[in-house]
Design a protein around this ligand. Structure first.
Ligand SMILES: Cc1cc2nc3c(=O)[nH]c(=O)nc-3n(C[C@H](O)[C@H](O)[C@H](O)COP(=O)(O)O)c2cc1C
Length: 261
């Protein structure tokens, strides 16, 4: 719920102009709120008098500034994006809680359709030793049920390698952390995971989207229960940890399939 401090409001109309749903409008020289909105906070961000608040949110986390303060050189950003790699080898060391909190924080600030903010984060690190075998059991069930014989052979080979020695773990790749993102609206969760991945990269961590883990959890009610996500829709699973591999160059990619009209 948006609240306007009428003593501060100067009726400039900036909030009205930037309000997607036209919920906030200036009447008799003051901004007024008509009903509920999607709580995007644009009225808070744009008000020159800091006269708008949002009930139910922590106002203490708002900071003032301008876009210039957040500038990242575009060439640096593009190089950062190109140099990022999926990490399938991890160092045998835990990830600091503060870094994981920053990753969740980045995820929390991802845009969501209709500003639903309907994302649930599960960070598994301390419970990894308990949860990993449950997910492996799901993987085994998934492999058994796989329809394409050639691919199924590969998945069963993963199981055999793991059974021979749990260090041969092609599912978790030795990552110390699993982040599971669940969400009613899948694309909100997928975008959130992407932001988390980029934040992880900027913190010097490696990450890997794991479609295998995502599907395996679907085959393991035990893992779902242990992570408290039974009945939730998994949008993405990300492995996280310090990289155990160093890339020395970027990789080639197909040319952009783009039309310039
Ligand atoms: C949605 C999604 C699911 C993925 N699932 C897996 C997976 O289960 N196992 C795996 O090793 N890599 C997985 N990957 C990583 C891709 O194989 C990887 O992004 C691609 O080969 C390009 O490599 P790069 O990320 O280093 O540029 C997945 C990537 C995405 C986007």
């Amino acid at each position: 719920m948006v609240l306007v401090n009428e003593e501060r409001c100067i009726g400039c109309g900036q909030c009205e102009k930037d309000c997607f749903s036209r919920t906030i409008r200036v009447e008799n020289g003051k901004a007024k709120v008509f009903g509920r909105c999607m709580e995007c906070g644009h009225c808070v961000a744009v008000c020159p008098m800091d006269a708008v608040e949002m009930e139910g949110y922590d106002g203490g986390e708002i900071f003032s500034g301008s876009r210039e303060l957040c500038n990242i050189a575009p060439e640096d950003f593009l190089r950062f994006l190109k140099f990022r790699r999926s990490t399938r080898q991890y160092a045998d060391c835990p990830v600091e809680r503060e870094k994981l909190e920053m990753i969740v924080e980045a995820g929390r600030y991802t845009p969501t359709a209709r500003n639903r903010q309907d994302v649930h984060f599960v960070l598994v690190q301390e419970w990894m030793a308990e949860i990993r075998p449950m997910i492996w059991e799901g993987f085994r069930e998934m492999a058994k049920a796989w329809k394409e014989p050639a691919y199924q052979k590969m998945l069963l080979e993963f199981c055999r390698e793991y059974d021979a020695d749990h260090k041969n773990d092609r599912l978790f790749c030795g990552a110390p952390v699993l982040a599971v993102v669940t969400c009613e609206t899948p694309w909100n969760g997928e975008l959130t995971a992407r932001t988390m991945e980029l934040m992880a990269e900027s913190l010097g961590l490696g990450s890997l989207y794991s479609g295998f883990i995502q599907r395996s959890i679907g085959y393991s009610p035990q893992a779902q229960e242990a992570m408290g996500i039974s009945g939730e829709r998994i949008a993405a699973c990300l492995l996280l940890g310090y990289p155990g591999v160093k890339y020395l160059r970027s990789v080639p990619r197909k040319k952009a399939h783009a039309e310039w009209l």
